[in-house]
Design a protein around this ligand. Structure first.
Ligand code: DWN
Length: 427
C-alpha cells in the first residue's frame, strides 16, 4: 500500500491495523456519503506507548472523512473496533481543571432546571472517572455510570461512583432497566461521537428514559469545527461530527426529539442538546434557529467541505514550516497537553521527537509514556521549568486561556506559545 510506504519514512514501525469500512450514514441510514478529507494513515489517537514497546510494530489506520448529503452528518469512513480504543483508556475528565469546572456547573444547572432529587436516577453514558456524577452525587441525586474502560471504571468505583464496566447499548440498557428501572435523566457528554451504532444507542435511551425523562447530549459542534478549522478533533475515537440535523434524523426514527439547545465554548465549541420522548416538552425556538443556520451554511452540500479541506492542508503545511524553522534555529520546543487531538496534529504535520523534546501533561496515566507515531516523551506538567523551553505548542488548544493564565509568569520570562488554529500563531 502506497500510504504505508509513505508513513514508514516517518515511522519505520508502522503496520496496517484492522479496520471496518463504513458505507452507510450513521444518522439517517442513507448511502449518500461523500469523501472530502484524507489524513492518510494515523496511529490510535490515545495509543500512548511505554518505552519497551517504542521500537515494536505500531498499528496505523486510514483516517478519511465524509459528509452525508441527505442529513449533513459528517463521519469517518473507516472505524477501529471500540474494544481496541476503549478497553484501557488514559484520558481522565478530572485531569483538566477547566473540564472539572465545566462539569460541576453542568451538574448544578441541570439539577436546578429539572429539580432533580434522590428519587431521580441519572445515568451517565461514558462516565469515565465519575467526575460529572460525583457532582450530581454531592447534590443528592441518585447516580449510575457506565464506561467500557476497565482501568477507568475501577477508579470511578473506588471513589464510590457506581459504574458498570461495559459499552452502553440496547443490550446493556435492558439489563440496567431490569436492575435499576427507568431514569429521570441520562447524560451523554463527549461520548455520542464515539459510539458507532446509533440505532442501538438510541433504542437503549428510548427504553431507559422515564416518560418525563430528559437525555442531555453534549458534543463538539460540527459547525464550530467547520468555522474554526480545528481539524485535529477528527480522529479514530470521534466517528461522528454532529449537528442538530444529524441528531434529529436518528431521534426521529426512535420517536424522540430535541426540545432545547445551548451552545458552550468548551472543546472549541460544543452544543448541549436536550432530548425527550416526542411531544413531552415544548420546543425552544432555538432548535429551529440552529437547524436553519445549518441549512444556510450548507452542511449537506459539497462547498463547505471542499473549502474546509483546502484550509486544513494549508494549516498543516504552515504548522510544519513554523516548527521546522524553529527547530532549525535550535529553539527548544515542547508540547503542552498530551492530547488525542495533539497526536493527530503532530502526526499529520510529520513532527516528532526530533523537533519536540517533550510534552507536559497533568494526567498521571500518561506521564512516562510516549505519544503515538511521533514518540515524544510525556512528562509531568510540574517539570515544565526544568525543560527550559523557548516554545510550547498548544496541543491542548481547547484550554488556551487557562494554560496561558497559568503560565503568565513564564511568558514574561520569554516562554512563547504556538496556537495552531485558525492559523498557526505565536503568542
Ligand atoms: O472526546 C474526548 C475529549 C473530551 O477528551 C476524548 N476523545 C479524549 C479527550 O481528548 P483530548 O485528549 O484531546 O482531551 P483534552 O481534554 O483536550 O485533554 C487535555 C489534556 O491536557 C489532558 O491530558 C490534561 C492536559 N492538561 C494539562 O496538562 N494542563 C490540561 C490542562 C488544562 C492543563 O492546564
Amino acid at each position: 500500500m502506497k500510504e504505508l510506504k509513505k508513513i514508514r519514512e516517518f515511522n519505520p514501525q508502522a503496520i496496517l491495523g484492522k479496520y471496518t469500512k463504513v458505507l452507510v450514514c450513521r444518522a439517517c441510514n442513507s448511502k449518500t456519503l461523500h469523501h472530502f478529507l484524507s489524513f492518510g494513515l494515523m496511529p490510535k489517537p490515545n495509543g500512548f506507548l511505554d518505552k519497551k514497546h517504542l521500537h515494536e510494530p505500531e498499528q496505523y489506520y486510514p483516517l478519511n472523512v465524509a459528509y452525508c448529503s441527505t442529513c449533513g452528518m459528517v463521519q469517518l469512513e473507516e472505524i477501529i473496533s471500540p474494544n481496541e480504543l476503549f478497553d484501557y483508556y488514559v484520558y481522565a475528565s478530572s485531569a483538566s481543571f477547566p473540564m472539572v469546572e465545566h462539569l460541576k456547573f453542568f451538574a448544578s444547572e441541570t439539577t436546578k432546571r429539572f429539580s432533580l432529587t434522590k428519587k431521580d436516577l441519572i445515568l451517565d453514558v461514558g462516565s469515565n472517572d465519575g467526575t460529572l456524577l460525583s457532582f450530581f452525587q454531592q447534590l443528592g441525586v441518585s447516580i449510575l455510570g457506565i464506561d467500557p474502560a476497565k482501568n477507568i471504571a475501577k477508579v470511578a468505583n473506588a471513589r464510590d461512583i457506581p459504574t458498570i464496566n461495559d459499552f452502553f447499548s440496547q443490550k446493556t440498557a435492558k439489563k440496567i432497566m431490569q436492575t435499576y428501572g427507568t431514569c429521570k435523566m441520562m447524560t451523554i457528554v463527549n461520548v455520542v461521537a464515539q459510539i458507532p451504532d446509533w440505532n442501538s444507542l438510541f433504542t437503549g435511551v428510548k427504553l431507559l428514559l422515564r416518560n418525563d425523562g430528559v437525555c442531555i447530549i453534549e458534543f463538539p459542534y460540527l459547525v464550530d469545527t467547520l468555522k474554526t478549522l480545528e481539524f485535529d478533533t477528527m480522529y479514530h475515537e470521534h466517528l461522528s461530527f454532529v449537528s442538530v440535523h444529524s441528531l434529529s434524523a436518528v431521534l426521529q426514527r426512535h420517536n424522540m426529539e430535541v426540545f432545547d439547545v445551548e451552545h458552550d465554548p468548551i472543546h472549541g465549541g460544543s452544543l448541549r442538546v436536550y432530548v425527550s420522548h416526542t411531544g413531552v416538552y415544548t420546543k425552544n425556538k432555538k432548535v429551529q434557529q440552529y437547524l436553519k443556520e445549518e441549512d444556510v451554511i450548507g452542511i449537506s452540500k459539497p462547498q463547505i467541505y471542499t473549502l474546509f479541506a483546502k484550509k486544513v492542508y494549508l494549516i498543516r503545511d504552515k504548522m510544519r514550516q513554523v516548527i521546522l524553522s524553529l527547530a532549525r534555529g535550535k529553539k527548544k520546543i515542547i508540547g503542552y497537553g498530551a492530547t488525542a487531538k495533539g497526536n493527530v496534529l503532530l502526526n499529520f504535520c510529520r513532527i516528532n521527537s526530533t523537533q519536540i523534546g517533550a510534552i507536559v501533561d497533568s494526567t498521571s496515566y500518561k506521564q512516562g509514556l510516549y505519544t503515538p507515531g511521533s514518540h515524544i516523551p510525556v512528562v509531568p506538567e510540574s517539570s515544565l521549568d526544568e525543560l527550559k523551553a523557548d516554545y510550547a505548542v498548544l496541543t491542548a488548544w481547547n484550554f488556551t486561556d487557562a494554560i496561558l493564565e497559568k503560565n503568565k509568569e513564564r511568558r514574561k520570562k520569554g516562554l512563547k506559545f504556538i496556537r495552531p488554529y485558525p492559523t498557526p500563531t505565536i503568542l
